[in-house]
Design a binder for this molecule. Sequence first.
Ligand code: SAH
Length: 563
Amino acid sequence: MNTSPAIVILGSGSLATARRIQQRYPQALVHGLEGRVEGADRQYAAFGDTLRALYQQGTPIIALCAAGIVIRTLAPLLNEKGAEPPVLVVAEDGSAVVPLLGGLGGVNVMARELGEVLGVAAAITTSGELRFGTCLLNPPPGYALADLEQGKRFVSDLLAGEAVRIEGDAPWLGQAQLPASDSAQRTIHVGCTARPASRDELLIHARCVVVAVATGGADLAPRVRDALQAAGIAEPALACLLASDADMAEPALHEAARALNVALRFVPAGTDLQQMLGDALPAARVESVGGLALAIAPAPVEVERLGRRRGRLAVIGLGPGAAELMVPAVKAELAQAQDVLGYETYVRMAGPFRDDQVLHCTDNREEMQRARHAFELAAQGRSVVVVSSGDPGVFAMAAAVLEALHESAQPAWQRVELEILPGVSASLATAAQAGAPLGHDFCVMSLSDNLKPWSIIEKRLDLAAQADLVLAFYNPISKARPHQLGQALEVVRRHRQAHTPVVLGRDIGRPGQTLRVVTLGELEPMMVDMRTMVLIGSSTTCTFARVGGGEWVYTPRWYPTRP
Ligand code: SAH
């Protein structure tokens, strides 16, 4: 998940403050209201929908506007269960920082950071935080609170004047201003052993245990739980599972990691896992319990430095161009991508990107090479995205990526987590603007003969036109083959009447888009270029005037029955 904050602004007056905030969070994007803010990183149309969507995705929000607006906007969501991301409001001129929500998600930490950037004191109101300078209920990564409700009681006790003693190693607590006393009754216990917390204790688990798992088996998660229990380890102390990379694609392993809510890391096949644990965590105690090897380190394990993760390759469709027409799963994938590959125009369309994201722009024709490069990167454990316009499965990269995988004998490529994420294809985006020309059976064709002989194109055109299917033409024409559209239309005209409606959508969903409705009789190749989508109606496709100008085009759902 992407946890970079979203900086949301309503007017250009906030842009300067937003950019100052962005210097503190370089991965954050500035979202600006369409028509009001020039030069934001992302544009949005509706403030309420945008804010609620960000909140529901768990994205930290820094809104540069009145607190009341944000409170009213998010109020309907506050009773819903689920993670509460930090939400802060900042005065447009940067003179005030108010943390609103997400106390357990670190909102006060962010408020202080923002206060520092803007040179103001953050409006922190959380008693524990004010008194102790840290939120005891929100330990840093590597630590997990055993029980939130008990934790709240404990903090109230400290606020009421109780002193506290720290047992175990927790460097971050050293910086807190706790009412410490060696003779205190209340203790904060930091460790990884399973034990019931006493009334006077705040139990924090250090995530310092790694379990090496040999192969899947459906009952892996319960086996890990049993092994932890047998070793006297609390489950939240589990930092990750470690497995051989030969098992990287094994579903049971991933299910177990999900069930235990931990990361899965891999080491080269053939490595002795127990040995590996010992080597990677030299200070750890390695035990064998119930057929599993357990490593118990003296401090939280830095999971990112242990073996490597499974690489991911997503082939995504951007839709026709407009950000609103990009599906949310694609947006999320772009946000977590480490490498982005594609034709330069589309990579640019998919941006803006952060400095840490690597862009690999290539020529439009190097598809197979690009697909192989994507696998090479993903096989190293990286998160890779290959971009296509429209839908990746429609005359685009998804088939090239699968072809590269099919041809490859490399086990490391087969183990990559591969996913294809759909997009709104040009024919659908064009059809929607014109009305519903694809409302009945239709046929999609690319008129490019780069990868297929022209004779097959003519044959298919002939049969599809004869079958009275609506026709959607991708790649209708190019400089290299200026005459072919004319030839194609000749074939179609054998079966279709001159008054048949034709929709021409150019740069749909992009700046300067145009939509034209003509008849087949009027259609000339010079009206069409390689950025145009051509939709040719069937015998039932019809048009009627739209209020406000232009025409609606649709193909009815029914078809006349023959007498
Ligand atoms: N994968 C893409 C299609 C790639 S083929 C998709 O699903 O949309 C490229 C052809 O698609 C172009 O020659 C043009 O005919 C059409 N096309 C792509 N984007 C378009 C847009 N925004 N407006 C009109 N046609 C477009």
